[in-house]
Design a protein around this ligand. Structure first.
Ligand code: HEC
Ligand code: HEC
Length: 213
């Protein structure tokens, strides 16, 4: 039973990624997008001068090196309120599709060092979860989707260097924020995994990936 559940999750992931791959190779150039620099400056006030993330009242996630398809997909999810976040709804709903593409492309090419600062006690356990999963809890290896280097692919996000408190918050509150509304979206691929991790397992795996380059 467990093996079947796991295989199904992986198959759904592959299908979702294949669909999203269509026609995304369009130009993502900042040239010709009016107001690009000003908008970029605005993003950086929260997400850090080189997109490395920032610890404010809320943790601001790292965008540097992130997959452009993922950035675009999440901005659309904020706009359509499938991912409910009042700050990012306000930011995103005014962006044109070409601005979204240009910003996604820009952040993808930044490569600052990880923000750091995670507790290190459980890093070895986190590495094991990332590479092998937790078969007894029906948790697949994170690397199966996020890549062995944790750099992600297409709509599956990069986790390498992502801020520890941000990841802990996302994984522990997954379905409060994502997958809202009636349509099933890519957040459903990750939901069972997020639900099957305990708090201490979340902290361990988040600490491990937050230091990866
Ligand atoms: C006022 C602060 C603020 C500004 C300005 C801002 N963001 Fe955000 N952004 C956030 C916060 C906070 C989150 C995390 C939301 C959550 O908890 O889900 C976030 C999340 C995101 C995410 C999801 C990241 C992930 O890993 O899932 C993307 C993509 C994003 N922002 C892009 C942008 C872009 C592009 C701009 C500029 C147009 C921008 N943001 C401007 C605060 C901000
Ligand atoms: C079956 C494929 C799959 C597996 C296995 C998987 N993920 Fe994911 N993960 C995804 C997808 C797809 C998303 C994007 C979800 C969305 O669109 O909201 C995601 C998103 C995330 C996010 C949100 C990142 C951000 O920037 O907001 C975190 C954190 C995460 N996964 C951690 C993990 C961890 C830790 C594991 C292993 C215990 C894992 N994932 C295993 C597919 C997977």
């Amino acid at each position: 039973m467990k093996a079947i559940g796991l295989r199904l999750v992986l198959r759904v992931a592959v299908i979702a990624v294949a669909f999203s791959a269509t026609a995304r190779a369009q130009e993502r150039s900042a040239a010709n997008v009016g107001g690009f620099e000003a908008k970029l400056e605005y993003c950086k006030t929260c997400h850090g001068l080189s997109g490395q993330g920032y610890l404010g009242y809320f943790p601001m996630p790292r965008l540097a090196g992130q997959q452009p398809d993922y950035i675009e997909a999440q901005l659309k999810a904020f706009i359509e309120r499938r991912r409910t976040n009042p700050i990012m709804f306000n930011v995103a709903h005014v962006l044109s599709p070409s601005m979204i593409s240009a910003l996604a492309n820009h952040f993808h090419h930044l490569n600052p060092a990880p923000f750091g600062g995670a507790p290190h006690g459980a890093v070895a356990q986190g590495k094991r979860i990332f590479e092998e999963g937790l078969p007894e809890s029906n948790v697949p290896a994170c690397s199966a989707c996020h890549g062995t280097d944790a750099h992600g692919q297409r709509e599956i996000p990069r986790l390498a260097g992502q801020l520890y408190p941000y990841m802990v918050g996302q994984l522990s509150g997954w379905s409060k924020q994502r997958g809202q509304g009636t349509a099933v979206d890519t957040s459903a691929i990750m939901a069972p995994t997020a639900h099957n991790l305990t708090r201490s397992q979340i902290e361990a795996v988040a600490a491990y990936v937050s230091d990866l380059r």
